[in-house]
Design a protein around this ligand. Structure first.
Ligand SMILES: *Cc1c(COP(=O)(O)O)cnc(C)c1O
Length: 398
């Protein structure tokens, strides 16, 4: 087992996405092998004992680790510049483990209020059952983060850009507040992707992804990943994952590995197309307000410049006429499909108020910036001219 690529000079992320973490078997295969095995056999009882004691390296059981899963973890760590990565069955398993692994009864969490719906459920509904309190803040308001801190605060959680409003949080500033309070910062980096934003270099202690999104990027498998220092992962995440079992399947890890090979190509192309789509739609009479992190008119363009290397493959906009206008627009689309997913090769559009954010009261939604006419567009790999034509034709019917 020789998992590490040991280059003589630091490699660019594009190169790491193709090579990092490759473990070749005795057959020297070119492409990453799919090790569909639950367990492993040992040459002797002594070897088995030594492996279990950690005295010699090697795999034990697929709930703990698997060669294909390890390749995915090592490639993700190389991409992110993290010491260690752990793969999980889904993005939500990654978020839940990153939070639960740090917390016990009596602790307190501070989180941004604009979160992926299930992340908010974990913080608002699940953690309190185990005696963990939380405070939700307007992530853009640094004073609210400062004021929310208590003696029991253990961790901060945020996503930036946030789903679905694409609002931005100053990651370095929030990390500083967290650390001053003796707390950690966990960043859900799905919307930025590792291509455009590196939260660990901005001061975050842990980064989580739903690999279901851009990392697969072709709508096939669920997956998640948790990244951080060896100390963070060992202390908070390692045993929780091994003993509770939200492991990524080897098959999904293999799909994700092949997804990583084209991640930068896809995200760069999707971002370029999203920029073109955003510029075409922004002045449209049927659009009340368009938010795109790659445009100079994003309300937090100064922070974006500081912490992101590129925009996003996602655009948010308010269609005139509220829910009725948004529904007429969605139903008139021919190419862009209605789906709550994102980061896919296919362009997908969703109406958050009636789907991902449906369970919130209208005033809570309004507070999160999710209006009745808000539409979230995930730009895929189609030619941007075809997308713009479809979107403009549907807007004319909205
Ligand atoms: C999709 C998503 C998740 C959850 O990921 P799953 O793979 O669906 O469990 C978490 N956070 C964000 C920002 C997401 O977009």
């Amino acid at each position: 087992m020789a998992p590490k690529v040991a280059p003589s000079r630091p490699l660019h992320p594009d190169t790491r996405l193709v090579h990092a973490g490759t473990i070749r078997s005795e057959f020297g295969e070119t492409s990453e092998a799919l090790f569909l095995t639950q367990g492993h056999v040992y040459a002797s009882a002594e070897e088995c004992e030594a492996r279990f004691k950690g005295e010699i390296p090697g795999y034990l059981y697929a709930r703990f680790s698997n060669p294909t899963v390890a390749m995915f973890e090592q490639r993700m760590a190389a991409l992110e510049g993290a010491e260690t990565a752990r793969a999980t069955a889904t993005g939500m398993a990654a978020v839940t483990a990153a939070l639960m692994g740090q917390l016990k009864a009596g602790d307190h969490v501070v989180a941004a209020q604009a979160l992926f719906g299930s992340c908010r459920w974990v913080i608002e509904e699940l953690l309190p059952r185990f005696g963990v309190a939380s405070t939700l803040v307007d992530g853009a308001d640094l004073d609210q983060w400062r004021r929310a801190v208590r003696r029991e605060t253990k961790t901060f959680f945020l996503e930036s850009p946030a789903n679905p409003t694409l609002s931005i949080i100053d990651v370095a500033a929030v990390a500083e507040i967290a650390h001053a309070a003796g707390a950690t910062l966990v960043v859900d980096n799905v919307f930025a992707t590792a291509i455009w934003q590196s939260p660990l270099t901005l001061g975050a202690d842990c980064v989580v992804y739903s690999a279901t999104k851009h990392i697969d990027g072709q709508g096939r498998c669920l997956g998640g990943v948790i990244l951080g220092s060896n100390a963070f992962i060992e202390t908070h995440v390692h045993n929780l994952l091994r003993q509770t079992g939200p492991a990524m399947s080897p098959f999904n890890a293999w799909v994700m590995l092949k997804g990583l090979e084209t991640l930068s190509l896809r995200v760069e192309r999707q971002t370029r197309s999203a920029g073109a789509v955003a510029d075409a739609l922004a002045p449209h009479a049927k659009i009340d307000r368009l938010i795109y992190p790659g445009r100079a008119d994003h309300p937090q363009a100064d922070i974006i410049k500081k912490q992101m290397r590129g925009g996003s493959s996602l655009i948010a906009f308010d269609v005139a006429g509220g829910k009725a206008g948004a529904f007429r627009f969605l139903n008139a689309l021919e190419l862009v499909r209605i789906s709550n997913n994102l980061g896919d090769a296919k362009s997908l559009v969703t109406h958050p108020a009636t789907t991902t954010h449906q369970r919130f009261a209208p005033e809570v939604r309004a507070n999160m910036g999710v209006g009745e006419g808000l539409v979230r567009l995930s730009v895929g790999l189609e030619h941007p001219d075809d997308l713009i034509a479809d979107l403009e034709r549907a807007l004319a019917q909205a």
